[in-house]
Design a protein around this ligand. Sequence first.
Ligand code: FES
Length: 127
Amino acid sequence: MKSAYGLKIPEPDSSLTRVGPGTPCGELMRRYWQPVCLSADLQELPKAVRILGEDLIAFRDGAGRAGLLFPRCSHRGTSLEYGRVEQRGLRCCYHGWLFDVEGRCLDQPCEPDGGQIVMEVWPAAAM
Ligand code: FES
């Protein structure tokens, strides 16, 4: 196949076109702010977004802070897309763990003693 000028079409340069985690261009792009969604899209429901080859969950907590989290709850892997936005963060719909905009687990209501390991759980915040 040739271009409109009769030149051979070059193969895509994967060092420039691949942007997933661990790729050269992906690591470069992750060093800069990226637009993820419109601020107006972050209302009472979390929003699934895909950027740089990664699926993530965007939300705005009750205090107005924006968060971007790995889409799976760090407890049993339930999708945080179905979570409930609360004042302090996003609560998982399955067992109710609460994650703040930084991805810190703030509450584990179903765990013994209120969750002794609350501060040790991080769901891999995307920001
Ligand atoms: S799967 Fe999210 S709290 Fe259990």
